[in-house]
Design a binder for this molecule. Structure first.
Ligand SMILES: Nc1ncnc2c1ncn2[C@@H]1O[C@H](COP(=O)(O)OP(=O)(O)OP(=O)(O)O)[C@@H](O)[C@H]1O
Ligand SMILES: [Mg+2]
Length: 281
């Protein structure tokens, strides 16, 4: 797998990488950045240590009924390269947290920075740039397009990129190879096993070479053997330096994580192994 920062160096990176000159920077104006060409970026180590910086994060859903306080003031700092597990009982706020980390849901209060970029202070189109350049999402339900082959599914995130079709295809084949599926590139999702479909979903998340992968119960629908297979893929990505945040209910996979936090009622309850999770998650 090649380096994960090519795009960031060009258009997005404020922290360690700084604004660059790559012509592949998002079109339409200056890049998403915490620093500018005139002001030096903040200290590099500080950015690496506080790669993810969550401050007083709150999310309240208010519909017809009583408001739901999904997150009630979450504080968390995660160093770059960490494999972070997020556990907690159903309804504790895990997916809400992940969606907010992914720039998909605005907080009611508080904020999140990734690599020094204060996500919810970005204008909408810059937030979309951030998602495209920094993030890969992997979900339990795969979300593959059923009438596209594995290769075509993996190529989808490159649709907006200005690069030759042959280059897109090469990158997609590279990541499929990376997850051990080069020989299945022409298969439709329906012709693949659950583990293979999950690996296609991981390949799709990787094709933009993001520095941060967000995964919501990626092994939730898989048997034990396939879970190990998929976790080995994630472990390989972790060893390459990609930061991963993974929500899971499965205590068996906790051993893959550098850190495991437990949410309870929208708050950071504790961090394993320093806490006793007691009831099954
Ligand atoms: N769009 C929404 N509108 C209203 N309430 C919501 C919405 N999304 C989530 N909630 C509520 O917020 C709380 C946290 O939900 P969330 O999906 O983050 O939990 P979770 O920890 O991911 O649970 P699970 O383990 O079941 O996936 C729940 O009470 C849920 O019902
Ligand atoms: Mg959830």
């Amino acid at each position: 797998m090649s380096a994960t920062v090519t795009e960031r160096d060009g258009g997005m990176a404020p922290g360690r990488h700084g604004p660059g000159t790559d012509s592949s920077a998002p079109a339409g104006g200056e890049a998403v950045t915490a620093g500018t060409a005139d002001t030096p970026n903040p200290d590099a180590d500080e950015h690496a240590e506080r790669f993810i910086d969550v401050r007083g994060l709150e999310k309240t859903f208010s519909g017809d009924g009583a408001p739901v306080y999904a997150l009630r003031g979450l504080d968390l700092t995660v160093a770059e390269g960490t494999f972070l597990g997020v556990m907690g009982q159903s309804g504790s706020g895990k997916s809400t947290f992940l969606a907010m980390l992914g720039g998909l849901s605005h907080p009611t209060a508080g904020g999140i920075s990734v690599d020094g970029i204060d996500l919810y202070k970005l204008p909408g189109e810059r937030l979309a740039d951030f998602r495209r350049e920094y993030l890969g999402f992997v979900f339990q339900s795969f979300n593959l397009v059923p009438y596209l082959t594995a290769l075509e599914n993996v190529t989808l995130p490159l649709a907006v990129k200005k690069m030759p079709g042959a280059e897109k295809r090469r990158r997609a084949l590279d990541v499929l190879d990376h997850v051990g599926l080069a020989d299945r590139a022409g298969h439709l999702p329906g012709k693949l096993s659950g583990g293979e479909q999950e690996r296609v979903a991981i390949a799709r998340a990787l094709v933009n070479e993001p520095p941060l992968i967000l995964a919501d119960e990626p092994t939730g629908a898989l048997d034990t053997e396939t879970t190990v297979e998929i976790m080995d893929v994630f472990s390989g990505l972790h060893r390459e330096g990609i930061t991963i945040v993974m929500v899971t209910h499965n205590p068996e996979i906790q051993r893959y994580f550098d850190r495991t936090i437990v949410l309870r009622d929208g708050l950071l309850d504790c961090e394993l192994p320093a806490c006793d999770i007691g009831t099954p998650l």
